[in-house]
Design a protein around this ligand. Structure first.
Ligand SMILES: C[S@@+](CC[C@H](N)C(=O)[O-])C[C@H]1O[C@@H](n2cnc3c(N)ncnc32)[C@H](O)[C@@H]1O
Length: 362
């Protein structure tokens, strides 16, 4: 049965399933989710095999929240023997209907789980002979071309794997859909990686250059100890850091940071409109969403990047409701915004939201 395979953070299979069901039904693509909790992926089994490509093209990965990668699966097996896996997979490809696509890239992947890690070494080694065999058969171009569709072989276990493809315009360019970032030693907290992940992976080059300019002003609500402020300061921005806690001493010494021990829910920008509002306060997602919308609508900030902390249950619904509230407020302004919501690799039980104002006067 053809399916869309969505890689996700282990523990988020149900949320991914709910999201895919909602997204595909909006486009008239029908099927049902199929997953085992904590396995690090969800399959969306399509009732009609011929809707596979339509389903893959329906949503770019950036327009989804929980999936790290989306792959259109057209073949699978649960019975791989230990000997000659390359030969068995080639035979499987010969027996199935391989989409009429020239593949320019190839990856062998596995779930981001403890069990998945036991497959990592095998997958790395297996990539080389499998790639050669695919090239020999003419399924894969002789030279890698990342602008062409990618063929994915996803091992659930040594015996079970899925073969599928993705389009570069609609997928994550990263192995396993994960962009690992190196923790900057001088940053005051690991939280810094969440904002860096958003800056690197959620904004276009144009948006990044627009928002993160030397001399621009930002407000960081719930700033301590300063991991997010650090991201702004290293890009030459001035920051009003709001938190009752202490901001890292080395950040204060840059002369770019003013610390205010105040409540993030009542704070107003000291010197008028700022370029960017960031917020990582541990608070109810609907409260944070309303606060962010209020800053954007009142024009206290041009853009915003914030995290919504997720409850244990109904996480997809919680995100949807919070974002509907934000969008409803923003729709009342005459401005336009690019809004993205992603469960990033460096996020834990939270999602990151970027709201970039795109109106002409910005
Ligand atoms: C997850 S931590 C922020 C970490 C920070 N982003 C970093 O990278 O270092 C959440 C912070 O929000 C602050 N906070 C929670 N509620 C707040 C409020 N109402 N006003 C201001 N700060 C608040 C807490 O004191 C805490 O320091």
């Amino acid at each position: 049965m053809n399916s869309i395979l969505a890689y996700c953070r282990p523990g988020y299979e149900n949320d991914t399933a709910n999201e895919l069901t909602s997204l595909y039904s909006e486009r008239g693509i029908y099927g049902y989710p199929d997953f085992i909790p904590k396995q690090g992926f969800t399959k969306f089994q399509l009732y009609e095999a011929e809707t596979l490509d339509k389903a893959l093209k329906a949503y770019a990965i950036d327009h989804t929240v929980f999936p790290r990668q989306l792959v259109a699966v057209f073949a699978s097996t649960q019975h791989l023997e230990k000997e000659d896996r390359v030969g068995q997979l080639l035979a499987l490809l010969e027996d199935c209907e391989v989409p009429d696509i020239t593949f320019g890239a190839f990856d062998v992947e596995y779930p981001d789980t403890e069990d998945g890690k036991t497959l990592a070494k095998f997958c790395r080694k297996f990539t080389v002979p499998m790639r050669q065999a695919l090239r020999k058969k003419g399924i894969l171009l002789p030279k890698e071309n990342i602008n062409k569709p990618k063929l994915h072989i996803f091992f659930e276990s040594f015996a079970t794997c899925y073969i599928g493809y993705s389009y570069p315009t609609h997928s994550s360019p990263h192995h396993l859909g994960i962009c690992r970032l190196k923790f900057p030693a001088e940053a005051p907290s690991r939280s810094t990686l969440k904002l860096e992940d958003a800056i690197v992976n959620m904004l276009t080059d144009k948006e990044r250059n627009l928002v993160f300019r030397e001399g621009a002003r930002g407000v960081d609500l719930g700033a301590c100890p300063g991991g997010w402020t650090y991201q702004l300061v290293t890009r030459g921005m001035y920051v009003e850091a709001i938190d009752n806690g202490l901001v890292d001493e080395s950040l204060m010494k840059t002369g770019l940071v003013e610390h205010y021990a105040a409540d993030g829910f009542t704070y107003k920008p000291q010197y008028g409109r700022v370029d960017l509002l960031v917020c990582d306060m541990i608070e109810q997602p609907d409260r944070v969403a309303k606060l962010m919308a209020n800053w954007l609508v009142k024009g206290w900030t041009t853009h915003a990047i914030f995290n919504l902390k997720l409850p244990m249950k109904r996480r997809f619904e919680t995100v949807s409701e919070a974002m509907q509230a934000v969008k409803a407020c923003l729709n009342e302004t005459s401005d336009t915004f690019n809004i993205r919501v992603r469960h990033l690799y460096h996020d834990r039980d939270e999602v990151t939201v970027t709201v970039i104002r795109t109106s002409k006067e910005v």
